[in-house]
Design a protein. Structure first.
Length: 315
């Protein structure tokens, strides 16, 4: 085990047409992951990742499996390139937590892919049943944003809560569309540098997802799980998951709970991690991590060049 290294995996929003293609062309191990995913899902996910169309790739039901598979393929490519150390910790941002589960051996690619597919389907269903949105709030104190969410909800504008604590000064809110709009208005009045609605059709990590919680719990309970081979630092608590019960609880509650990414990164840094290795479609997490702790290093292994650069720094 490498005591100072953690693997981290990005969530929804990291997708882009062409994702994973260079890795699949350079590493047969990564290509095999995409081919296996195509067979499991019975549709050409690899073609969607490599060629688009973008509109289909951005559909939640496709986006989640695409990012999951690309992240797992990046890990396979890194290992095929010669990296054979076990990280001290793994963690994933929102959806990325499922790639972390795969990396830790919690489930097989097939079982994980089916669960992620169901997660995407149900979150899309929740968006249809309970339409909502999300907004990024920049340069406003975390507690001030949480206070705004409480104020908006209590005033009767609808559900509004913090979805993601991404880094100090970068928070995402989620809820009913009217509530999000009111939250943006109050954030601007509170002197946020920017308060901008995101181009999404679901209110992820909010109570609007609860409408599908029972169905997702059934899917979780049907999925064979193994104890993790390395600690997984959870989104909800910012601390490691230490049992199958805690993993199942995390999966279920993550639908409606805040992603405490800042706490997760700080916990790992406080426990000896100096290098965070991002595996996924594109560079998303590195900037957040450095804003959380400017003393750590970040490495992005989303391309063959990134893998070579990371391995070169280790030698």
């Amino acid at each position: 085990m490498t005591d100072n290294i953690a693997f981290v995996f990005p969530g929804q929003g990291a997708q882009e047409v062409g994702m994973g293609q260079a890795l699949a062309e350079a590493y047969p191990a990564a290509r095999d992951i995409f081919h296996e995913a195509d067979a499991i899902l019975d549709f050409p996910l690899s073609r969607l990742c490599f060629e688009g169309p973008e509109e289909d790739l951005n559909d939640t039901i496709n986006t989640q499996v695409a990012i999951f598979v690309t992240s797992v393929a990046a890990l396979a490519a890194l290992e095929a390139a010669g990296y054979d150390q076990t990280p001290a910790y793994v963690a994933g941002h929102s959806l990325g937590e499922y790639a972390a589960y795969a990396a830790a051996g919690v489930f097989s690619l097939a079982d994980g892919l089916r669960l992620v597919r169901e997660r995407g389907r149900l979150m899309k269903k929740a968006g249809d049943l309970n339409p909502g949105g999300m907004a990024a709030i920049i340069r406003l104190d975390d507690e001030a944003v949480a206070d705004i969410c409480r104020e908006v909800t209590e005033a009767g504008h609808g559900v509004l809560q913090v979805a993601n604590y991404n880094s100090p000064g970068q928070v995402v809110i989620s809820g009913h569309n009217e509530a999000v709009d009111k939250g943006i208005e109050l954030a601007v009045a509170a002197k946020a540098r920017r308060a901008q609605k995101l181009v999404v059709s679901i209110a992820a990590h909010s109570e609007l997802m609860r409408v599908v919680a029972d169905e997702f719990r059934e899917a979780i309970n049907k999925t064979p799980l193994n104890l993790p081979e390395m600690p997984i630092v959870a989104n909800i608590t910012g601390e490691p998951l230490d049992s199958l019960e805690s993993i199942r609880t995390e999966m279920e509650k993550q639908l409606t709970s805040s992603v405490r990414w800042t706490d997760s990164i700080r916990w790992m840094a406080d426990h000896g991690v100096t290098d965070f290795v991002e595996l996924g479609p594109k560079k998303v997490l590195g900037g957040l991590i450095r804003r959380i702790d400017d003393q750590v290093k970040t490495h992005v292994v989303t391309t063959p060049e990134g893998i070579e650069a990371f391995l070169g720094q280790l030698s």
